[in-house]
Design a protein around this ligand. Sequence first.
Ligand SMILES: Cc1cc2nc3c(=O)[nH]c(=O)nc-3n(C[C@H](O)[C@H](O)[C@H](O)COP(=O)(O)OP(=O)(O)OC[C@H]3O[C@@H](n4cnc5c(N)ncnc54)[C@H](O)[C@@H]3O)c2cc1C
Length: 716
Amino acid sequence: MKLNAKWWALAALVVAVGLFQALGGSQYLSLEAIKNSQAALQSATAAQPLLAAAVYFVVYVLATALSLPGATVITLVGGALFGLGWGLLIVSFASSLGATLAFLASRWLLRDTVQARFGDKLAALNEGVKKDGAFYLFGLRLVPLFPFFMINLAMGLTPIRPWTFYWVSQVGMLAGTAVYVNAGTQLAQINSLSGLASPSLIAAFALLGVFPLLARKLMDALQARKVYRGFAKPKTFDRNLVVIGGGAAGLVTSYIAAAVKAKVTLVEKHKLGGDCLNTGCVPSKALIRSAKFVAQVKKSPDWGIARAHAEFDFAEVMGRVHRVIGQIEPHDSAERYRGLGVDVVQGAARIVSPWEVEITHDDGTVQSLTTRAIVIAAGARPFVPPIPGLDQVEVLTSDSLWSLKTLPRRLLVLGGGPIGSELTQAFNRLGSQVTQVEMAPRLLAREDADVSEAVMQRFAQEGVDVRVGHAAKRVVVEGGEKFLVAEHQGQEVRIAFDQILVAVGRQANLQGYGLQELGVTTGRTVEVNGYLQTNFPNIYAAGDVAGPYQFTHTAAHQAWYAAVNALFDPIKKFKADYRVIPWATFVDPEVARVGLNEQEAQAQGVPYEVTRYGIDDLDRAIADGTAHGFVKVLTVPGKDKILGVTIVGDHAGDLLAEYVLAMKHGLGLNKILGTIHTYPTLAEANKYAAGEWKRAHAPQGLLRWVQRFHAWRRGA
Ligand SMILES: Cc1cc2nc3c(=O)[nH]c(=O)nc-3n(C[C@H](O)[C@H](O)[C@H](O)COP(=O)(O)OP(=O)(O)OC[C@H]3O[C@@H](n4cnc5c(N)ncnc54)[C@H](O)[C@@H]3O)c2cc1C
């Protein structure tokens, strides 16, 4: 309904302007016509000056609000009729008001459509306008080269505030208006509009226009330099770059730096490879694989194997986990990185000045390095909330878990996010009796409700005791037995356990290496701008320590930007691009997502259509005994442009890659449908989802005609 009203209004506007042109309206606004009627207009104005001013004001507002051509001529008339002083006053208000009306009309009629269609491409522009919109507008207004009506309409499509638009327009147009109103006082001598503003005047205006923006940029630069006050900048540097932390972010940063021949030192205080290799992705995925094997053996009749039995020792499963880490370790080893040209140093780094890092080696010796730039890649650690009584029991986290030798009998997992859910299912499958406690009403709350439902159903089938809507209050130990007391629907519930694994989130490592002493701005993470710069422009941060995502692939992605910006600013720097970020949660069924899901689209007010394909229908999934889950694609209404995809099912993380590529390179569902997918593979699910979309968007009218055509060919 709303859309219809807008289209009607737009059509009415186009018709009105078209009629004005068709009926020769613009000829009344030509220089010649105005000069011919100058005498009559002047005598009418002399007779009734107030009425003349009011009529002139209304005509001016209407002409500019409707974006009719002739604003320059009307301005000249203002000078001819009212003189420089009054003319300038009237024209200044009338043109600003008319411009604002045109701006509001463009915003109401077109902005939603334009932003929905090109929003992702306009993101940087929107951001720029939000920050510096007044300066841009001021510059545009001062330079009479930019058509007045175009600025009004274009600005209406941006996020600039109407009041800002109004007053900046009024101030910005004042000088140009004065020139034209003044020229109007000599209307009889004017023979053409083009010569009114000389090139030198336009150039002067242009300079005046860009001056405030330049001044603002200069102020920003000076502000940024202010943080360095009190620090002596070395004349020469030992390194181009020092990187603190040898996890995914630090390794990739130093690798890129070495690849472009910079002198780079990578400092790691614990183990190269960081969380992902040693306590995160790698061990968890290895454990999940063993647990999946056990789960499959238990369900052997599903594959036509009447009896199969998995006999195992948990310590051996953990042994395999460590062997897997060992096998991958060489990828992240000091030897490999030294071979690539990185100076790898084992020790704890501390930033002592914006250009100096102190490294305490394991043997206690201290080394000091001066450096042009620093990248902080110090990662994050598990957050253990201050729950009363928790200190009475041994708390397992994703850091300490991997040294377990015996399987916990009753394991309580606190946290229903990705890490908590992955470990819940793995331990449950290996034989622990797992209770998973989550405060929110469902697991994996960032995903859509149908995704949580699929995972929770499977957990329940496998015997996990999932307690959602339970807020942990305290831990008590009574008679040697441990309990978590949680609040559920206003009641206290006691849950017995032998061991507790806390997985309620991860907090950035911000303490103990000089950030506070130096004055690096931090909140929950190190605060960085789009270029990953901290408030010290030569100090950057990437990975979990900077956020906003906490994945290995986003850490590596940011690392590229941090390295390149740290080494090449101010010659060239790049804004980190977060438009297409995929991730997966490796529960069974796997959950993978890129872009928006439904709850995010609704929260952001993004219109969308949903296409769903059930993997229970897929030949390969049926053959594999994994016929469950779905592919859910969100698209722009009426278009095949992909806004986001969620896949639930076996190998969802791998299947997602096709959609990640499509979104990154702007390929729509038609392109996926037109691509041959190998039969029989799980990847066909992607194509079938595209097929579902196509079926729902088949051109019914055209098909009816084609049906008639076939009937005619049959002679029917
Ligand atoms: C159980 C679990 C499972 C996960 N699974 C996945 C997954 O499947 N996929 C995925 O993408 N992500 C996963 N993650 C997240 C992933 O591990 C992190 O996002 C990634 O490791 C972040 O890399 P980073 O380089 O920012 O930090 P880290 O890997 O934490 O590296 C930081 C390094 O800095 C060092 N350091 C800190 N301070 C100093 C100092 N002052 N001097 C010297 N060195 C210092 C630390 O010792 C550490 O080695 C998982 C995490 C966990 C805990």
